[in-house]
Design a protein around this ligand. Sequence first.
Ligand SMILES: NC(=O)c1ccc[n+]([C@@H]2O[C@H](COP(=O)([O-])OP(=O)(O)OC[C@H]3O[C@@H](n4cnc5c(N)ncnc54)[C@H](O)[C@@H]3O)[C@@H](O)[C@H]2O)c1
Length: 251
Amino acid sequence: MKLQGKVAVVTGAGSGMGKAIATLYAQEGAKVVAADMNQAALDAVVAEIKAAGGEATAIVVNVSKNEEVVNMVDTAVKTYGSIDVLVNNAGIMDNFMPVADVKDDLWDRVLGVNLNGVFYGSRAALKYMVEQDSGVIINNASVGGLFGARGGAAYIASKHGVIGLTKNIASTYGREGKIRANAIAPGGVNTNISSTITEPSALGFAAIRDTGPSRMADPMEIARVALFLASDDASFVNGVTVPVDGGWTAR
Ligand SMILES: NC(=O)c1ccc[n+]([C@@H]2O[C@H](COP(=O)([O-])OP(=O)(O)OC[C@H]3O[C@@H](n4cnc5c(N)ncnc54)[C@H](O)[C@@H]3O)[C@@H](O)[C@H]2O)c1
């Protein structure tokens, strides 16, 4: 058991990688606060975790709303006594829209969830982590946080922002090594996010296709890296972004 007794909050836990991370953390002994805006999906995940003998609580949250994120973190601490791990995982895509075609509402929505959500979560969790002098933040970025042609303009900007924010948290709060912040940069992963690509920009999509993506991953292949980063096995790993992409960024 790598996370015995730890309290872990996972956003976007109703589906895909968030679901895999919440499930794996619970298997490894964590008390999981599973957060998502989709209540039905969330309830199903929490029921599955409990049926397998794990401990989990569901919280409905829109991570782009600061007050809801503060409530999520406060509820975790009230329910289980602390927050040891925060996985800022919830995120949305942008139909690969190139800059000239990005409408303000798309930009605001994508940045609101993918970057503001990570900021709100980190700020709320650090309030407790600084006080308890320990804690781990894991941000699910993307290979789109490392390269230009892995999403549309808003998605790429948001994921580069997430990686910058991760480094800032790590270098500011991790100087003694007791608070750690790292990011994961998945390549293509088989999740429900593809169903949100409703009207892909031909121009934006062509740029991605030309980079030649690797095979699609199973969400659990990313969750296992999130488990390592949350655990004491990663006690000296701070401020890095781990590509989990089957070699896509190696090309
Ligand atoms: N799937 C991929 O290929 C891929 C690749 C790289 C990075 N990512 C990133 O991984 C993360 C997880 O994505 P996934 O592929 O598992 O997607 P998914 O769509 O399967 O799951 C995302 C979950 O987040 C929830 N969510 C969306 N907006 C939210 C909000 N505002 N507040 C709370 N919950 C919200 C959704 O309800 C959903 O349950 C995202 O940040 C995504 O950008 C995905």
